[in-house]
Design a protein around this ligand. Sequence first.
Ligand SMILES: C[S@@+](CC[C@H](N)C(=O)[O-])C[C@H]1O[C@@H](n2cnc3c(N)ncnc32)[C@H](O)[C@@H]1O
Length: 477
Amino acid sequence: MEGQPAWISHIAPGAHLMRNLPAILDGERDPLQMLLDGGAAEQLRRFYDLHPVCRFHNRVARALLEQIVAAWPADRPLRILEVGAGTGGLTAALLPVLPPERARYTFTDVSAFFLDGAQQRFTGYDFLDYRTFDLDADPAPQGFTPGGYDLLVAGNALHTGTEIRAALRRAAALLAPGGHLLAFEYHAPTMLLPLFGTLDSFWAAAGDPDRDAAVMIDRERWPALLRDCGFPDLVQTGDDRGPAAADASVLLARTAADAAPAAEPSPEAVPSARGRHVVVAETTGELPLARATAALLDRHGAAAVRAAHAAQAGTDPALWEALLRGDDDGDHGDHGDHGGPVTVTLLLGDPDTPPAASGDGPGAQAVEQTVRRAAILRAIALAYRRIPERTGRSLVLVTRPSGALPAPERPVAPTDAAVWGLVRTLANEHTTVDTRRISLERTTPAADAAVAADAHRLVLELLAPAARTAPRRTRSP
Ligand SMILES: C[S@@+](CC[C@H](N)C(=O)[O-])C[C@H]1O[C@@H](n2cnc3c(N)ncnc32)[C@H](O)[C@@H]1O
């Protein structure tokens, strides 16, 4: 201890548990509570930050991340998902080497318990968001877009997947083609036994072919496991000399660069759509996406769907009312649920005809476009007032990236930013209408497959759990 003071980070939480071992074994104390309650959580944080094995491997992971960042195109956002982030030991090592203007880091854990602490700890970094994510469940119904990340990070968290192969395949599916996985994994159970050995989750399920007694996976098993589960390219680091060689390692793996992103969500990967959906293209250029989105919503259980051009109703609330009610023909699907919720999704696009050259300049054109959009939004809100109260009335505005969100959003269509503000005002004035805003970066080059992929991402966002009320941004891989 005298020569190695950092080991106190290991000994202190272990001693805390061992002192209470009889009460734990008698079932009088819950070991998980004892690891998390009061000062114990701080001890756990110190363990993941300061324990020499954690520190060494977190630094190795940081050095590898520096290389990834150095090779990353300067104009491309870097979308990172950390799973099982817990007290944030690995996060703290990685954040300083990320480019704040381009990085988007989603910090997750299966338990919401860790999110507040992480938010306080990483308050200086404004490119993080904090959510729950369970490696044991399908990502899409949890609101995580398949192919939506460039890098998946995990500090001693991958092995928490109960069915490890299914969990790794889920992780691979979350990555864009050629996406990276950067993981630090402990392999040796003996070192962790005094800390976590009294938890049921420390022990492997009987008969698990990838594990021995404990839930951790042997160093030499990882490469084959990752290759089998969607990561054909990988390197594994670690101390290959001393007696601790097999204790832990860092794994850097990639999904296949040519893996096609799923153009069509599998039925179980998308939560079911409810009620009536009207998907409206502001301009002719957006009609293919409106139609593809409506078709997907139809396939995923919407009671009725309609794709329309905004010019059909213009700024007349009565015409919007007809669209919302489905009075005019042209609806697809009619599953007898017209009393259910109604959702209007409005896709903004470039004007059908370029504005005539005028002396007023682009500023005046942007004002004119914004005024017209405000009138359309108002007409939709008024139309909602004319139809009977339903269980839900939603208005979803889909813009191109406009610069309204913090970096790394790029201002592809800056005039769309004004409508973000308009929708907030509308939400205040029409409190019975739920509003959402989605910034959708389109897949390029535009082609049928690109429209299908964009519709897929959009539908996943539209059907994400209702709790998600904050503005959303979805990007192409
Ligand atoms: C060994 S700890 C990792 C510690 C963390 N990376 C750190 O540096 O503080 C494992 C973490 O995985 C989380 N976890 C457990 N089961 C999970 C699951 N099914 N999906 C995602 N995370 C899970 C736990 O809540 C815990 O925070």
